[in-house]
Design a protein around this ligand. Structure first.
Ligand SMILES: [Zn+2]
Ligand SMILES: [Zn+2]
Length: 292
């Protein structure tokens, strides 16, 4: 069942404080946003103060933006065969999930990791063990979402099978979901520019992972062709996916209730405005009625 509201937004900067992201998002009519819980170059966030938490929760109410996703640090690699990197990654992700709990953020999106000098099988086990530890350390309701990846280098998560394997190795996995990135699945080989490719993606997703585990979207066009395994985001409609792929997704009733976040190249907020407007223009009259 959908909530009857389009949940569309973009990644927002937390410069000036966590709650500033909500103010920025609200200023361009986001109904969902994504944030980093800390500066990009740090391993782990510092715990927000009581004042920061209170202000964030107050601004959530004031802006009406309740669908918020946190994106974990890019430094995290729980799939690393290096025990020190694995351990640091688990600690950092644990702190990030704790911040999500404190702020009432439903989802923490994490790149599964890369196997570097080991094997995909070993990395998948390491990632699952890491997530199990994180969830045990942070009780609550915030979920970890594994992001679908383009498959650059030794990255794990470019196949639904790998993502499903990670979930299946976690004994209590009800707080482990998936965030699907349109650029990444396209680069990984699903030609969502066409209806045939779009349909086959969802058939595979449902069969291998299960549609109920999909919790959020990153909406990005792709600079590189389908199957390139290269992760280069492009403005919506200007890349190899093009408008038709996004038209199919924006009007797919199964996903009306899921937050959709734009992560397209950005100089300032106007770029987000432009990409969100492009997506809104793709909504059919029927969809608009259902979402009003
Ligand atoms: Zn990501
Ligand atoms: Zn990407």
């Amino acid at each position: 069942m959908h909530k009857g509201k389009l949940l569309l937004g973009a990644h927002m900067s937390i410069a000036g404080g966590l709650s500033e992201a909500l103010i920025r998002g609200s200023s361009i009519n986001c109904t969902a946003i994504q944030i980093f819980t800390k500066s990009n170059r740090q391993w782990a966030p510092k715990e927000p103060t009581k004042e920061e938490i209170d202000l964030f929760i107050k601004m959530k109410k004031e802006t009406g933006i309740t669908d918020i996703i946190a994106h974990a640090s890019y430094l995290i690699n729980m799939g690393s065969p290096d025990p020190d990197i694995h351990r640091k990654s688990v600690i950092a992700a644990t702190k990030e999930l704790k911040v999500c709990e404190d702020l009432g953020i439903s989802f923490l999106v994490i790149h599964p990791g890369a196997y570097t000098t080991s094997t995909p099988e070993q990395a998948i086990i390491a990632i699952a063990q890491g997530i199990e530890k994180i969830l045990n350390h942070v009780p609550g309701s915030s979920m970890i979402l594994l992001e679908t990846m383009a498959g650059q280098g030794t990255t794990i998560g470019s196949t639904f099978k790998e993502l499903a394997s990670i979930r299946e190795l976690i004994s209590d996995n009800h707080r482990v979901g998936i965030c699907l990135d349109t650029c990444h699945v396209f680069a990984a080989g699903y030609d969502i520019a066409t209806e045939i490719g779009y349909t086959s993606l969802w058939k595979d997703f449902d069969r291998i992972i299960g549609l109920s585990h999909l919790k959020a979207f990153h909406l990005n066009d792709s600079k590189k062709e389908c199957g390139s395994h290269v992760d280069r985001h492009e403005d919506i409609g200007k890349g190899e996916i093009g408008l038709e792929g996004f038209r199919l997704l924006m009007n797919d009733e199964r996903f009306f209730s899921l937050p959709k976040i734009v992560e397209t190249p950005k100089a300032d907020l106007l770029d987000d405005v432009k990409n969100m407007a492009t997506l809104k223009k793709l909504l059919s009259e029927e969809t608009k009625q259902k979402l009003s």
